[in-house]
Design a protein around this ligand. Structure first.
Ligand code: PRX
Length: 636
């Protein structure tokens, strides 16, 4: 298991202020928790009844085929009905859904009515390209509003979107297009990030130029930057400009009536072995779960201006930039670019300009901005903020305090939300009235039953470290790994039979608060992004000079973890600074710039067990000068 972080103080408590309690919708957290835990199905049915259904469910939970749970069985809905249609047909029609800030200073304001209009049009564009219910569409775009529009258009017609984060490179994108067998790719000419131009369309072209060919027949290109790109028009492939296709499309489109359990999207995430897994989420349960968790945790009201600074290409963006805020009819801010471009107060200027009331971000971003000092936020009026949020990795006490004092002016509670791509939404999280302990996500959300266990699956006593498991299903859980039910059952439900295994280690303190320690599998969190050591190692091994590779994460002040690679060279190749640099760049090119190793070292041998498994734990201990621990399985 991972090392202990002694810096966390389990006794430090921040109580909510009378103002926070006065405003909160849920005032008695313990009472709601007790009632919800006593009857989870009743709790979720009540949440579900706040949404529109074309037909009500006849069974809240079907657990007859574990671990393949079904929620709201028999119910008919479509997430777009709840996220867009119902607002566009109501008094919220002219309320802003999104305020968009481009990195170059441009702005857009989009009402729910305008969003509905564009979603309808793009849904018709997709239909015109032959996209049907159940077909997959890969979306690979920068942070523009056309990204949520494309996602919603897919959902509207019952197609399954597969968003690939715009920071991934050619091979990562190609792998995800091939695995999902997408028919269409939606992209941009390019994206602006921290003053750089990312050539998204060129990357798509390179990804699709492959043998065997991908099933992609059409590519739709949104013009964001105006950089010249090549538009292909060949026998097997057509490129279309977004604006031309939209001009020709009708703005009338029926929303498909979907079964509660019909797939809504797949999203790839890294696991400990093999290729990234496509987690599948559904229309019904995912709608209810993200809608209700968002409402309770951020306690959103009509006048809120909410900003989740993540990227829509990750689960945080799917759930809490696109679907949950829209279902709640909230106005969201979306910012296109890098946090400190052109100056370290870019974010704070956005908070002040749009009067943001809720800011949800990641510890790595806080640590990054903290480096520039508190004078930058001080230059701006941040008094509109009332609530802060954190996600992606444990927030260290120093970053918590900086965020709390300098951004929240010591009056905004921080919602530290623990969850995963697999869980769909928040799992361990406070709501505004819950007393906070810096570094803890506090307690499991309503109905969520968590338990920390030892190797044998027995609950460990308070304050002891163990594996974090979840005992009961919840509506937002991923239903499977797309196309691989067995892998889903094996990965999540077999280590501790009958329980969901999170892959994290944690401790529960005497007050029942949970403290996440970190991943116990070969998954690395780097700047909050999730990578499998296996995918990074296979990128290294794909280089002609490399025979074998091992990758570990080592603590990094800003990024949480930094990637370190150890390689054995093939005969005929010699260690040199140039080669090591080339290997770092090679990983960045294969996987993405965000995966560029901090350092690659050439070694003569890799520590392995007698059965040939690389002992990454040992590499890590050696690199940090820590005790090597049990090395009885080490091959001499
Ligand atoms: O290790 C936990 C960490 O992020 C992992 C999930 O990563 P991903 O699927 O990419 O989703 C990230 C956004 C939901 C978890 O297994 N993690 C996430 N949130 C927290 C966290 N660790 C500690 N505290 C958190 N709040």
């Amino acid at each position: 298991m991972s090392e202990t972080n002694q810096a966390f103080d389990h006794s430090l408590v921040f109580n909510p202020s009378p103002e926070v309690i006065a405003r909160a919708r849920i005032k008695d957290w313990d009472a709601v928790k007790a009632a919800a835990d006593a009857d989870p199905q009743k709790y979720w049915a009540e949440c579900a009844s706040e949404l529109d259904w074309y037909q009500t469910w006849n069974q809240v939970l079907d657990d007859s085929k574990k671990p393949f749970f079904k929620w709201f069985v028999g119910g008919k809905t479509n997430i777009v009905q709840n996220a867009v249609d119902r607002h566009a047909e109501s008094a919220r029609r002219n309320k802003l859904a999104y305020i968009w800030q481009g990195e170059d200073g441009s702005e857009r304001f989009m009402s729910y009515g305008e969003l509905a209009h564009d979603v309808n049009k793009f849904a018709n564009v997709l239909k015109g390209l032959g996209v049907n219910r159940g077909d997959r569409v890969t979306i690979y775009m920068g942070r523009v509003l056309e990204l949520p529009i494309a996602m919603l258009a897919c959902a509207k017609i019952g197609a399954i979107h597969s968003v690939v984060y715009g920071g991934f490179s050619v091979d990562a994108l190609r792998g995800r297009i091939q695995d999902s067998q997408s028919k269409v790719v939606v992209t941009c000419d390019g994206a602006y990030v921290s003053g750089k131009h990312i050539d998204l369309k060129d990357i798509v072209d390179a990804a699709l130029y492959t043998d065997p060919p991908t099933p992609v027949k059409d590519v739709v290109v949104y013009k964001r930057t105006g950089k010249e790109v090549r538009m292909f028009n060949e026998e097997n492939r057509r490129d279309h400009w977004w604006h031309e296709a939209m001009n020709a499309a009708s703005s009338v489109c029926e929303t498909e009536v979907m079964d509660a359990e019909d797939p809504l999207f797949i999203l790839y995430t890294s696991g400990s072995t093999g290729k990234p897994k496509a987690l599948l989420h559904t229309h019904g349960g995912y709608s209810v779960y993200t809608y209700a968790t968002f409402r309770a945790v951020f306690d959103v009201q009509e006048d809120d201006r909410y900003w989740c600074a993540a990227d829509p290409g990750w689960i945080t963006g799917h759930s809490y930039i696109v679907y949950a805020p829209l279902m709640n009819g909230v106005t969201s801010v979306v910012y296109e670019g890098g946090p400190s471009y052109p100056a370290p107060d870019r974010w704070w200027s956005i908070v002040a300009k749009y009067r943001v009331s809720i800011l949800y971000t990641a510890p790595t971003a806080i640590r990054g901005l903290m480096r520039f000092g508190a004078d930058w936020p001080k230059k701006h009026d941040l008094s509109s903020l009332r609530l802060l949020g954190s996600v992606g990795e444990p927030i260290n006490p120093e970053a918590w305090r900086w965020f709390y004092e300098n951004i929240g002016n010591s009056r905004c509670p921080i919602m530290d939300t623990w969850w995963q791509t697999e869980t769909g939404g928040f799992m361990i999280t406070p709501t505004p009235v819950v007393p906070l302990k810096p570094g803890s996500g506090t307690r499991p959300f309503f109905t969520i039953k968590a338990e920390i266990v030892d190797d044998q699956g027995n609950a460990v006593p308070p304050e002891s470290e163990g594996y974090l498991t979840i005992l009961q299903p919840w509506p937002g859980m991923a239903r499977t790994i797309y196309g691989d039910d067995q892998r889903y059952a094996d990965t999540y439900w077999s280590r501790f039979p009958g329980r969901y295994f999170t892959g994290d280690s944690a401790r529960m303190d005497k007050d029942g608060y949970y403290w996440i320690i970190g991943r116990v599998d070969d998954v690395l969190k780097v700047s909050g992004y999730r990578f499998g050591t296996a995918e990074l190692e296979s990128a290294l091994v794909a280089h002609p000079a490399v025979a074998e590779a091992a990758v570990i994460g080592l603590p990094h002040e800003v990024r949480g973890n930094a990637i370190y690679g150890y390689v054995l060279l093939r005969t005929g190749h010699k260690d040199s600074p140039e080669l090591r640099e080339a290997l770092r760049n090679h990983v960045a090119k294969m996987v993405g710039p965000i995966a560029k190793p901090e350092k690659v070292e050439v070694v003569d041998r890799l520590p392995k067990t007698r059965s040939g498994k690389i002992m990454r734990r040992l590499l890590k201990a050696r690199a940090q000068g820590l005790p090597e621990g049990d090395i009885s399985t080490l091959e001499e």
